[in-house]
Design a protein around this ligand. Sequence first.
Ligand code: ATP
Ligand code: MG
Length: 553
Amino acid sequence: MSEEKSLNFIEDIIEEDIKNGKYKSIVTRFPPEPNGYLHIGHAKAICLNFGLTKKYPGYTNLRFDDTNPVTEETEYVDSIKADIKWLGFEWKNERYTSDYFEQLYQLAVKLIEKGLAYVDDSTPDEIAEGKGTPTKAGIATPFRERSIEENLRLFKEMRDGKYKDGEKVLRAKVDMANPNMQMRDPLLYRIKHAHHHRTEDTWCIYPMYDFAHGQSDSIENITHSICTLEFVPHRPLYDWLIEKLEIFPSHQYEFARLNLTYTVMSKRKLLQLVNEKIVSGWDDPRMPTISAFRRRGYTPESIRNFCERVGVQKRENLIDLSLLEFFIREDLNKKALRRMAVLDPVKLVLTNYPEGKTEEMETENNPEDINASHRTIPFSRELWIEKEDFMEEPPKKFFRLGPGRAVRLKSAYIIQCTGFKKDDAGNIIEIQAEYLPESKSGHDNSGLKVKGTIHWLSIPHAKTAEIKLYNRLFKIEDPANAEGDFKKYINPDSLQVIPHAFIEPSLSTAKVGEYFQFIRKGYFCLDKDSSTDKLVFNRTVTLKDTWAKEKDK
Ligand code: ATP
Ligand code: MG
């Protein structure tokens, strides 16, 4: 039985628009400001905008909203493009708001000519003061009554560089008493003598977001301009400008931002974490950026599935990070190659196994994937196992090793513990056991059943690697809205480095972009900063949601 998925509210609108003939096809855009790396919240906006034009006829533009010359950088442009592609989407046109600076200037001139914009010489403080408050009407500045001719001349002089930063602005002439503060003669242009990453020194006036955004949508014939809820109060101005300028009627629709527990999402805050070296960079695997998730071993499918599940809401909410982890586990369970690694080793000696003998044990690459076949792993007398798989005085329910107890070594033999050695400090440094030759996996005729299976590595064959284990970057669920500076809620244990873990020999040819499950230990991937001399693996996620348990401790 197939489950009919209900439409989200934007899909409802689009279906209606297509049904009643308003549009035959739709155009959406994703409009990042190139002032930081994309985060998982952007992934939601990307999946929504690009997803709609996969589902309905039409296309999506990528538009860099580069109206602020001071903060934007080419590095960010490149990373944004790489991230969208990695997520699996393609844009039709790559555009920049700065491509439209001349058109936008001409549109501003048109508004002045219609008597709907004026040059204001007031200072920023005077402008703010004159706006009034939501309950008190604003006060018009005397400059509001300038003639069209004077406004045209002054605006041209602003463009020509005759004035200093902040000396003059261009404002829309809307309504100083409007209950919506955004409509009280909003700023359209400001003077900024700054070098722009694309237009260089051509311009010293730059359009404000409200003027640039809707007009760029219109220039590109965007039918459905989708943004987040904080732009609801800007919509009347968006519509007013389009109406007065008599240009293509794009429409704005708003949905709720994605917020995740234990995460901050604003680029400004993420930049602080980078600049203050609290993380190693934008793609530090603890960051919520798309590049960090990629580096950490997340798949694009898992992020898309997560965004799909979260859906499109009209109200702000906080999504549990465990939900994202659920989707990566689900995807990696199907995709990851099973491998053996021992993170916290102790030596196990099989006293009845011949010295110098090596066997190749056959084991499956992925029991969830019939195409994943088998491989062999070398087995010998001396093995590494996890310290936690042995207890000197184990409780009844402990199904691993202890004196006299038996376990199966994964894809190898059943062994029984016969003794152990301690150092002077009382640490267990060696465990001894005997193996049962007739219990070899696949050829077992021992007739024995054991409850536990543990993983292992042959000491002479094992390779070493550095392993990085990650935990939540913040100690509390909603650091962005907690009292005081969000940085005081950083989790001091968000990164644990194991400098010398052991891995099976086949992992020495692991490549970035491959997905592994280190059995019983979690999902892992090779870090991009690995070299042939030093392999580094990141833990993507644990096998189970252990965090919930830890929290209750
Ligand atoms: P930030 O607050 O993180 O700096 P922003 O809104 O300034 O984000 P932009 O580059 O302007 O970042 O955003 C590009 C697009 O992504 C916009 O349409 C914006 O609404 C959307 N977007 C940004 N953050 C989120 C989020 N958390 N959830 C959903 N969409 C988002
Ligand atoms: Mg923005």
